[in-house]
Design a protein around this ligand. Structure first.
Ligand code: ADP
Ligand code: MG
Length: 245
């Protein structure tokens, strides 16, 4: 089983859109796929229209009152399961802080899963104990980055954090997200980063079809399968498969 976290220190950069569409593509290709929604906002759960049948699922998983595999809910799509998030996910740091090996809890939970080919984590923004867990637990930490100055600073912050905390900085991979072709600044920052840093070649432009996922309450491919946006995510998935262990 390979694991991929959609992560950024910042919110609103395309983590959830990425997690949902990449999970959909993996499953459509026949990979047995689990998307674990770790964000109390529960946006991935919303797009896949799943709700937990348990109360306080997110907290109970961490305290082992609920087995991770039992928290997975089937979706309307073949090969695709989701662990929905609820508001109890906001207590994750407090719950973890009380534990021994508090930075390795997620890793040990993921090790209990059997039969999945890939697990994707839709992460909340921030950099705290839950994120330490995510960084330890996953093979690839995939960061969508909007090519703006502040967004790129957050990339530098994350890489420095990995280096300072003895984490494998090599597992951080980035792609540009919400790229606006009309903005010179976006072009300039992309040129600079492609020259100096490790960014995937595929990127996701700012496209209204992606925004419409919310209105349609669906993954992109269910209502715009032949769109440019869908092709961009397919290209991204194709490139990601090459870097997965
Ligand atoms: N490439 C894109 N083009 C246009 N809108 C996007 C794009 N990616 C995400 N969005 C929209 O921007 C908002 C934030 O995206 P989301 O994926 O939820 O970010 P995050 O999970 O990082 O907070 C959502 O309303 C989403 O539909
Ligand atoms: Mg999100």
């Amino acid at each position: 089983m390979t694991s991929l976290a959609l992560y950024n220190l910042k919110g609103g950069v395309g983590k959830t859109a990425g997690a949902v569409n990449l999970a959909y593509l993996a499953a459509a290709e026949g990979w047995k796929t689990l998307l674990w929604d770790l964000d109390p906002q529960g946006s991935s759960s919303f797009y896949f229209d799943v709700e937990s049948t348990h109360k306080n699922t997110s907290k109970k998983i961490l305290t082992e009152e609920l087995l991770l595999e039992d928290a997975a809910v089937g979706t309307s799509y073949n090969n695709l399961w989701v662990i929905p998030a609820d508001l109890s996910a906001r207590h994750a740091d407090v719950v973890l802080d009380d534990m021994k090996q508090s930075k390795k809890k997620l890793k040990s939970l993921l090790a209990t899963l059997k039969g999945y080919d890939i697990v994707l984590l839709d992460c909340p923004p921030g950099i705290s104990l839950i994120h330490d867990n995510i960084f330890q637990a996953t093979d690839v930490v995939l960061m969508p980055n909007i090519p703006t100055t502040l967004s790129m600073r957050s990339y530098d912050t994350v890489v420095a954090y990995f280096q300072e905390h003895g984490l494998e900085a090599d597992k951080v991979k980035c792609f540009f997200s919400m790229v606006d072709h009309r903005k010179n600044l976006h072009h300039e920052i992309m040129q600079q980063f492609y020259r100096d840093k490790v960014f995937l070649k595929s990127y996701i432009p700012y496209l209204s079809d992606i925004e419409k996922m919310g209105v349609n309450h669906l993954p992109l491919f269910e209502f715009a399968n032949s769109s440019y946006a869908a092709q961009c995510y397919r290209d991204l998935w194709h490139e990601i498969k090459k870097i997965l262990p």
